[in-house]
Design a protein. Structure first.
Length: 409
């Protein structure tokens, strides 16, 4: 909705586009309370936003300037409604989303600000969710988004995805935003649920849209799409019948979607064309090793540790370092895993991440120190972000008290 309204109003009226979307949601809360949720909520919201846009265009056509390429058509009542109707067509909306993603990647913005802007404007992430995705402070992200919006609003036009321009320069930030969108769905910081399948599907849809673009069908895009497929294939086993999180080790692998696995492996093969090696290639390779293992004990941890060694050189981060330490623990034992966690240089950034303390708890438990493990799990519980995580950590605390083994997700 924001993407198509910005196309109509012009990027300089970004705040107006966001206000119209907010109005549509407020209207839905009022109307649906009495009439019930419509059969197609998305279509209802789109229609409401479209009608609100028409009202504004008719009322303020002389008081505002709109998108330069549409300005003349929006001034005439004969062309106004047909143009707006056409721009709200599904194929146009898809194009506008791609255009808006690349517009957010303005060269005057650092990449993290570009990604934050995409997540906020096009993916509907709150400032808190973005802060969680970046393992950063709420205030810092809020300032970053505010500054980024000002830069975007000051630009004259939306990015033209039909022209080569600086498409390639902006593509890495688009990749990163889609990666974080998927990750938030797969294992994010939502207060309602640790798994949000709809976000995973939206990330996969937008990545597929990017693959359709002649300039977007790069090895890195194929690798990103492969990574999403290989993780999405495990979603049916991610949560059990009672709504509890299942660790990778405890999942029923017969529930994994083999059709999506095959597609992921096909995309991974495509990504190997050329000389480019991205972080998504490495992560997809790690996911493929897990996917190919018929049982958790068949996992090739030597290969996974090697891939994490590569990944940490491509994208050093405390979370990558934590995952590498966990892989080392699987290969060489829990004491070695704890040693590696102790060597993470910026591990203070993980202080608010519940599965940092949970990893410490799990490794201490495997070392035969249940009381120490329990304290780590209690620290993780205090940071848990939703009921799923709280239930999982409650079970780990009980396991420490009863000496029953289990594993982190």
């Amino acid at each position: 909705m924001v993407a198509v309204l910005t196309r109509i109003f012009g990027v300089h009226n970004l705040a107006l586009a966001e206000d119209v979307v907010q109005d549509a949601f407020c209207r839905a809360m009022e109307v649906w309370k009495f009439r019930g949720v419509p059969e197609n909520p998305s279509a209802w919201l789109m229609a409401t936003a479209k009608n609100r846009a028409l009202d504004i265009l008719r009322r303020e056509r002389t008081a505002r300037t709109y998108a330069p390429e549409l300005s003349r058509l929006l001034q005439s009542e004969w062309t106004l409604a047909p143009v707006v109707e056409e721009l709200f067509a599904s194929n146009e909306i898809n194009d506008d989303q791609l255009r808006m993603m690349f517009s957010c990647c303005h060269p005057r913005l650092p990449e993290e600000a570009q990604v934050a802007l995409i997540l906020h404007i096009l993916c509907g992430f709150s400032v808190g969710e973005i802060a969680g995705a970046f393992v950063s402070a709420h205030g810092a992200i809020e300032k970053r988004i505010t500054r980024a919006k000002k830069v975007l609003a000051a630009s004259k036009n939306l990015f033209d995805v039909a022209a080569a321009g600086d498409f390639s320069a902006r593509l890495p930030a688009v990749h990163r935003a889609l990666y974080l969108l998927f990750n938030e769905g797969y294992h994010g910081a939502s207060p309602e649920s640790a798994v949000r399948v709809e976000l995973c599907r939206e990330a996969m849809r937008l990545t597929a849209k990017l693959l359709e673009h002649p300039l977007g069908t790069t090895p890195a895009t194929h690798a990103l799409a492969a990574l999403m497929c290989l993780h999405a294939a495990r979603l049916p086993a991610r949560v059990d019948a009672s709504g509890n999180l299942n660790s990778l080790f405890d999942q029923d692998r017969s529930q994994w979607d083999q059709e999506i696995v095959v597609e992921g492996l096909r995309l991974l093969d495509f990504s190997a064309k050329g000389t480019e090696l991205s972080e998504y290639h490495v992560e997809a390779a790690i996911a493929s090793i897990h996917t190919r293992a018929l049982r958790s004990e068949d996992t090739d941890w030597t290969a996974i540790v090697s891939l994490y060694n590569t990944l940490i050189t491509l994208r050093p981060s405390p979370i990558v370092a934590l995952n590498r330490a966990i892989a080392i623990a699987q290969k060489e034992g829990p004491e070695r895993g704890l040693e590696e966690i102790g060597l993470i240089a910026d591990r203070d950034r993980l202080a608010a991440y519940p599965f940092f303390s949970a990893a410490l708890g799990e490794l201490e438990f495997r070392c035969g120190r249940p009381e120490t493990a329990r304290e780590h799990f209690r620290a993780a519980l205090a940071l848990a972000r939703n009921p799923m995580e709280r239930r999982f950590l409650d079970l780990r605390i009980s396991a420490c008290e009863s000496q029953a083994p289990n594993r982190i997700p």
